[in-house]
Design a protein. Sequence first.
Length: 99
Amino acid sequence: MKEACTALAPGGVFLFSTINKTLKARLLAIFVAEDLLGMLPTGTHDYDRFIRPSTLVSIFNDNGIGVEDIKGLVYSALSFSFKVGSDTSVNYMGYAIKE
């Protein structure tokens, strides 16, 4: 992350999409998606690499980058699609701008 933040020019936009470090995310992204349903190959996700939004915001702030917006992504098994909303407990995305 530090290298990416350093490489970003002033005024540059950093787009991100990742998985929250919660028990719910671990259950849904790893156990359900990989192990139970086989939607993804086993081992696709590594819980140790999941990151809480607050931790990501701190990393950005420490590197002179301000987070402008974070939205949650909720997967709908009925429509096989993601919907954007306020629930960041599993997946989330957003953008930040370097000062």
